[in-house]
Design a protein around this ligand. Structure first.
Ligand SMILES: [Zn+2]
Length: 242
């Protein structure tokens, strides 16, 4: 396995800490690294001088040949970096270098997104459906929990159920079950686009993508002057933690 060396500065004592991290993870060759990504262990380090916990966020290409999943983790850690993040350049470089057909090829910018994509693939789900489901549940969540702001939503498997974890601005997380019927109805309604992202396309499938798809579909509906059958999800709270 190809490792890259990085030097990071300990924010506590100022020591230079040398760390070594894989640039490419091939799940079939290095299965233990999948576990390390999912547990977060891969991103944690301790300063050898003062013991301070350090976060190591480095570029990783994550390849699961069996699941035909390729994730390019290109970390963005600040708003400044986000401004200069050139997705188009990354996309075209990947298109030039990776030509295997029928792959889900994703670009993600945070550790949480990387973990989420791996989990979604692990349970055989479609990440496009999950991203659209977040909008569907966000709407009813804000009605039910009036006044509670939502900071982030991530997919998680809880008690053998597919769930969305809402990170809220009151400091709590709330786990909500994804109703299989709601999942199926999204999959059916958006079948063309959620299938297309699995056939050798480089995509950033996240909030912006889902929003574009929802808008495009509702525009189509209004042009055809018909409304698509509404999915009527309910909030089934699995747990709520502070
Ligand atoms: Zn230190």
């Amino acid at each position: 396995m190809e490792n890259k060396k990085y030097t990071i500065k300990c924010p506590e004592c100022g020591a230079d800490v040398e760390v070594s991290r894989p640039a490419i993870i091939n799940v079939q060759n290095d299965p233990e690294y999948k576990t390390k990504v999912l547990s977060g262990e891969l991103f944690n380090e301790k300063c050898p001088k003062c013991g301070q916990g350090l976060q190591v966020v480095s570029r990783i290409t994550y390849h699961d040949m069996e699941k035909r999943l390729m994730i390019y983790f290109r970390p963005v850690t600040s708003q400044e970096e986000l401004k200069t993040f050139d997705y188009e350049a990354i996309r075209s470089a990947i298109e030039d270098n990776f030509k295997a057909p029928n792959y889900a090829i994703r670009v993600v910018t945070t550790v949480n997104e990387l973990m989420e994509k791996i989990k979604i693939a692990e349970f055989g789900l479609n990440d496009g459906v999950i991203e659209i489901a977040k909008f569907v549940y966000f709407d009813i969540f804000t009605k039910q929990f009036d006044g509670v702001g939502v900071i982030n939503i991530y997919y998680e498997r809880r008690d053998d159920k597919d769930a969305l974890i809402f990170f809220c601005d009151d400091g709590r997380t709330r786990s909500i079950m994804i109703d299989p019927e709601v999942y199926a109805s999204i999959e059916k309604r958006f079948s063309a686009v959620v299938n297309a992202i699995y056939t050798s396309r480089v995509c950033m499938v996240g909030r912006d993508w889902a929003l574009r798809m929802i808008r495009a579909y509702s525009k189509l509906d209004s042009e055809k002057q018909e409304s698509s059958p509404e999915v009527k999800p309910e909030i089934k709270l699995l747990d709520s933690e502070s």
